[in-house]
Design a protein around this ligand. Structure first.
Ligand code: ADP
Ligand code: ZN
Length: 293
């Protein structure tokens, strides 16, 4: 049997798997991200269970920042991560020294976006933007079936809620930044709680959160007009948040969007395969690498 290999390389844990050539998961394992040496040993250990010639291509969806520019000599290298042991780790070339098959690498959020695009909430669309709202905010952009450049949409300028006095958590943009105002740690610092999940559904925190996320969706809509915007990540684990984002989106857009006859419930959605979107996205990267070989 022939397989695609996939690695979802996260800052907290790695998930490795193999799929059939339709990207259906056959096997997967996960282990904590420790040092590159130890972690990559686990990766090699997992893949050594399969004959090398049966793995036809490998895809990697990796935490960043990583160099995705294929013309750069540093292609596939992790750069200025706060995880110091991983700084300047050449993940792609490490894998290339162990495997002769084609290997494709992209960012973790582009992996999730691709997984959702091919097999989740974004199937049957041509383009989508996938936001992950967690420890940080990142976005993967797919236009006409292709990943756009790695984006920094997570730091998009954001207007403050009239009742928000929080100074903002982004070291660069302070309170004029989506991530600085709306990522999990900023909610937690603003309201002085250990986890955002402690805040009740009626708490003002969620009105602010929805206001900020709705602005981001509006900006994306006005810039790219994608078929869908998918909001994922830990913070979206609050089921009341999605309807509030849709409501604010309508208020802020003030009828402009509606006139284009898109159904907002189909436009702003949550992920369908969130648990495995990154891994499945990495299989899709492998599939591309195999086809383009
Ligand atoms: P990461 O971004 O590190 O991959 P997550 O997407 O789980 O991980 O995001 C972590 C952030 O999301 C933390 O700030 C955490 O408190 C917050 N979070 C996780 N689960 C929930 C939840 N159910 N409701 C609200 N906030 C949550
Ligand atoms: Zn910022």
């Amino acid at each position: 049997m022939k397989y695609y290999g996939g690695i979802e390389a996260g800052g907290t844990k790695f998930i490795c798997g193999v799929s059939d050539l339709e990207c259906n998961i056959i096997e997967k394992v996960s282990f904590p991200t420790t040092t590159p040496e130890e972690t990559m040993n686990h990766v090699l250990g997992f893949f050594s269970r399969f004959a090398k010639e049966d793995i036809v291509a490998i895809g990697i969806a990796c935490f960043g920042p990583i160099v995705v520019d294929k013309s750069s000599p540093l292609h596939g290298t992790i750069t200025s991560t706060p995880k110091l042991a991983w700084q300047n780790f050449p993940l792609l070339s490490f894998m290339q020294t162990h495997f002769l098959c084609p290997i494709e690498i992209n960012t973790d959020v582009n992996g999730s976006a691709t997984g959702e695009f091919c097999f989740g909430a974004g199937r049957n669309t041509k383009d989508l933007v996938y936001f992950t709202v967690g420890t940080g905010i990142g976005a993967g952009i797919i236009i006409n079936g292709k990943i756009a450049k790695a984006s920094e949409v997570g730091h998009i300028p954001t207007k403050k809620h009239p009742r928000d006095t929080y100074e903002g958590k982004c070291p660069f943009h302070k309170d004029f930044c989506l991530e600085g105002l709306a990522a999990g740690p900023s909610i937690e610092e603003r309201w002085n709680v250990k986890s955002a999940r402690e805040l009740e559904a009626t708490h003002l925190a969620w009105e602010m959160e929805a206001y900020y996320l709705a602005q981001a969706v509006l900006s994306i809509h006005l810039t790219l007009s994608p078929d869908k915007v998918i909001l994922g990540g830990g913070v979206m684990g609050q089921p009341h948040l999605l309807p509030m984002v849709r409501k604010f989106f309508k208020t802020l857009d003030n009828g402009y969007f509606v006139s284009r006859e898109k159904n907002i419930d189909d436009f702003i959605v949550t992920p369908e395969i969130e648990e495995v979107s990154g891994l499945i996205g990495s299989f899709c990267f492998a599939r591309d690498a195999h086809k383009n070989k």
